[in-house]
Design a protein around this ligand. Structure first.
Ligand SMILES: C[S@@+](CC[C@H](N)C(=O)[O-])C[C@H]1O[C@@H](n2cnc3c(N)ncnc32)[C@H](O)[C@@H]1O
Length: 215
């Protein structure tokens, strides 16, 4: 996909991408990945939103929110939404895009590795962020997920599957790690471009079961 960074020198898996990697991308482009334009992105958002098993969430968290394109959709189905990105320029754009939702949306500038917010969420959206972490950082985050989720909470993860040599890990690496965690896997989708998986702290039953449609 042409909007993705061109592969260059591989980054060793033990090294995270530097914050400057992202600062430099936002310094030269308002929407470096083409979130507002590309069909790949719009389709990814549609798949992500359609996969959610609840119609509404009380408190949602979206780390790596970038300029807030998916956040604007999540704002419609969450009573409270916390968005975070390490790029101040990205969060400035996100704040502008989400201004009409400012009564229930917080946009924080921070690094999810050290600034993960306190409290429980009933939705955590991990959209194209986990492969920027080293395996050790990912392990810490995966261990934190059950503690950050309410008992009825849901995690949705979605990642690009093609190789980007700068990234410490691949999309398949991070989904395999999530599948190997204490979380309960409830649904999944994969094609040549992306992988999407849903998890909970415990099994919640299907949508039809929760709506008493199944005898
Ligand atoms: C490919 S974009 C994904 C944006 C959005 N989640 C989506 O799918 O449309 C990745 C974003 O994650 C942010 N990011 C990367 N590592 C991060 C970290 N450790 N903490 C917070 N944000 C991070 C980058 O600045 C970038 O805006």
């Amino acid at each position: 996909m042409t909007g993705r960074p061109a592969p260059s020198t591989p980054s060793p898996a033990s090294q995270p991408l530097s914050d400057d990697y992202f600062h430099d991308m936002y310094a030269v482009a308002d929407d470096p990945w083409g979130f507002t334009e590309r069909w790949y992105e719009r389709r990814k958002y549609a798949l992500t939103l359609a996969s959610l098993s609840s119609e509404r969430y009380r408190r949602a968290f979206e780390p790596g929110c970038s300029i807030g394109v998916l956040s604007a959709e999540l704002a419609l189905c969450a009573d409270h939404l916390v968005c975070m990105d390490l790029s101040p320029r990205a969060t400035e754009f996100a704040r502008r895009r989400l201004a009409r939702h400012s009564d229930h949306v917080e946009v924080l500038t921070g690094n999810v590795v050290v600034d993960w917010p306190d409290g429980e969420f009933d939705l955590i959206v991990l959209s194209e962020i986990l492969y920027y972490l080293t395996p050790t950082q990912l392990d810490d985050l995966v261990r934190r997920l059950p503690r950050s989720l309410s008992p009825d909470g849901e995690v949705v993860a979605v990642h690009w599957r093609h190789t980007v040599s700068e990234y410490p890990q691949s999309g398949d690496d991070v989904h395999d790690r999530l599948l190997d965690s204490d979380l309960v896997h409830s649904a999944g989708y994969r094609d040549a471009d992306l992988r999407l998986d849903l998890f909970g702290r415990e099994s919640r039953g299907s949508v039809a079961q929760r709506e008493d449609l199944v005898g």
